[in-house]
Design a protein around this ligand. Structure first.
Ligand code: F6R
Length: 607
């Protein structure tokens, strides 16, 4: 996720509005900042690593004259936070400046093509390729609009692009595919931004650019055209009635709720991993004598799910371990042939970094999955994958959990292919289902949110919850319980359901709520047995099961029904969403702030 703001003004200096706009978008990313302005037909770009305030001050950006400009606040996806990777990116003649939010999937092949044509790249980003492609097209007489359309038709992936160019110094071009971009017009000018809060000081009449559309902004307003055929699109504006505070959360009452709802998008981005790095990581995993999956909190639950995925799909045994226990448990045995796959949203968790230090000292190979390019993890790991969730502001991890499991699923499938453990038909089927997951998550949230709110109301005064699941669903149960515990403070337990009779069952009595995670699959018949054990001791049963699963419905007091056809191995990514929503709504009903639970920090960087 990144923040974009562009404006064309009748009066005043564009940089002043860009500065204000970017500050309102800072929640979208904050590792680098940059602006491009055109004044007297000359383009000037100033950019650097650092937060908006720092960069604006140190580069004296507010002194830049000009009535047309674009700005960007970055959340790195390709290339570490650094001056050369900050946006805008320019072509070789500095006549085209491009800013971008999203991930270009086919940038490596396009970049190779441009390099062959003699272009020299200044950054390690995927974005820069667009500036070079446009420069190449501008060598013909097709004009900037034609060049934009031609280039956009070649780009695969997600994007909100904004282009400023001295070829047409009074216009801004922008385009969208899956990353947001909103347009607005005021008496003083025309604007585009990643999100409504940046536009609200100037107008509350906006037009959301849709996938596959390009817009041309000028002082007269904007024209929207379809990228596929260049035809014009007429669409009335929408009135925004949110307060500025609500607008920052896109109308949601809390960041946590916004981030739960963002999962279909973050998961689509999580499917756009760089093939080259996916291949590299799986090669290391395949070569290791032993593989440890090391992480803390929610990221540990992703590892737990990962251990089932590696075992079931790729037939690889892995050892999931919480970071703080790694040294005591395996510190004296890990060595040169060990692989340590670490998973950390922030890439800065103290316990995880300590485990990495130790593993490196013992000459083990350290790999990483993280959400934060440029974090310590990305600097010390031999190779890493970026999970592409975008910044997560709510303290409780939600979208970053589902993205991590999405990445680990793709690693397990790639490894299964390399090791020859699944047939091509099976691989194709899993791949197809993996690509259906964002839609399944969307469907789950849309269909069930009201019902879950009602369940939270009914369970408002419960004093204990027990979460149970079998197989990979024990990871879902643990993560569902962690969400509830973190933000509602209600005591709760989570166990692999089969283990519950070896102790935890003693606390079950009349009326205790047991939450069962029961996808269809190999564990289905066993979970039925576990439900009966709890039910016969008076527990109230709340089950998350597949739509039309009569066996589970018959035994349960309440159910949340999930879409049909989700393979058990991939189920945590979808089945966790009702549990995230349940925890969220219960916390709100209790008058608690789910974004800032007591005693917790987003990133734990202390021992
Ligand atoms: C739970 C949560 C924490 C983090 C844990 C690890 O909602 O947010 O448990 O998962 O502190 O953080 P990362 O993934 O940054 O290493």
């Amino acid at each position: 996720m990144c923040g974009i703001f562009g404006c064309i003004l009748r009066e005043g200096q564009a940089v002043k509005l860009i500065n204000d706009g970017l500050k309102r978008l800072e929640y979208r990313g904050y590792d680098s900042t940059g602006v491009a302005i055109i004044n007297n037909n000359q383009m000037e770009v100033r950019k650097d690593k650092g937060r908006i305030e720092e960069v604006i001050t140190s580069l004296r950006i507010l002194d830049m004259p000009g009535k047309i400009g674009v700005g960007h606040t970055r959340w790195a996806t390709h290339g570490a936070p650094a001056m050369e990777n900050a946006h805008p990116h320019t072509d070789e003649s500095d006549s085209i400046a491009v800013i971008h939010n999203g991930v270009i999937e086919n940038y490596l092949e396009l970049k190779d093509e441009m390099i062959e044509k003699g272009h020299i790249f200044k950054s390690r980003t995927d974005t820069e390729v667009l500036a070079h492609l446009l420069e190449e097209e501008m060598k013909t007489d097709i004009g900037l609009q034609g060049a934009m359309l031609r280039v956009l038709r070649r780009i695969k992936g997600s994007y909100a692009f904004v282009v400023l160019s001295t070829y047409e110094p009074d216009k801004i071009y922008c385009a969208r595919n899956e990353s947001p971009l909103v347009l607005g017009v005021s008496e003083n000018g025309t604007f585009c931004a990643s999100d409504v809060p940046a536009l609200l000081p100037y107008t509350n009449q906006v037009n959301y650019l849709r996938n596959g559309e390009m817009a041309v902004l000028s002082l007269e307003g904007y024209k929207i055209v379809k990228i596929s055929d260049g035809s014009e699109v007429e669409r009335p504006t929408q009135e925004i009635t949110w307060s500025p505070e609500m607008a920052e959360k896109q109308g949601y009452t809390h960041y946590m709720l916004k981030e739960i709802h963002e999962q279909p998008t973050s998961l689509r981005n999580g499917l756009r991993l760089q093939e080259r790095y996916l291949e590299l990581l799986t090669q290391f995993l395949d070569r290791g004598k032993e593989v440890f999956l090391v992480a803390a909190g929610t990221s540990f639950h992703s590892c737990l799910a990962g251990s089932y995925l590696f075992s079931k799909l790729a037939r690889l045994t892995t050892f999931p371990v919480v970071s703080s226990e790694f040294m005591e448990r395996y510190g004296s045995t890990v060595g040169i042939d060990s692989i340590i796959l670490t998973v950390s949203q922030s890439g800065e968790t103290y316990d995880t970094l300590k485990a990495i230090d130790h593993a490196r000292m013992r000459a083990s190979t350290v790999l990483g999955v993280t959400n934060t390019v440029g974090s310590t993890l990305t600097r010390v790991a031999r190779a890493y994958l970026i999970q592409q969730s975008g910044p997560e502001i709510g303290v409780a991890a939600t979208k970053t959990f589902t993205s991590q499991v999405m990445v680990l699923s793709q690693m397990a499938l790639k490894l299964a292919k390399t090791r020859g453990k699944l047939s091509q038909d099976e691989l194709d089927e899993y791949d197809q289902k993996l690509h259906m997951i964002p839609d399944w998550v969307e469907e789950t949230i849309t269909k069930n949110e009201e019902r879950i709110k009602q369940l939270a109301e009914e369970n408002m005064n419960e004093e204990l919850f027990v979460f149970l699941g079998r197989g990979i669903s024990s990871a879902t149960a643990l993560e569902g319980r962690l969400k509830l515990l973190e933000i509602t403070y209600v005591p709760s337990l989570a166990y692999p359901a089969g283990e519950s009779k070896h102790g935890p069952i003693s606390i079950i009595e009349e009326g205790v709520t047991c939450v069962f995670v029961c996808p269809r699959g190999e564990t289905h018949s066993h979970i039925i047995g576990s439900i009966m054990e709890m039910k016969s001791r008076g527990a109230k049963i709340l089950s998350i099961c597949e739509e039309g699963d009569e066996d589970i419905k018959r035994l349960s007091d309440k159910v949340v029904e999930m879409p049909k056809g989700i393979p058990e191995e991939l189920s945590p990514i979808v089945y966790i969403t009702p549990l995230q929503l349940f925890a969220y709504h219960l916390a709100v009903l209790k008058g608690l702030d789910p974004d800032m639970p007591r005693n917790l920090a987003k990133s734990v960087t202390v021992p």
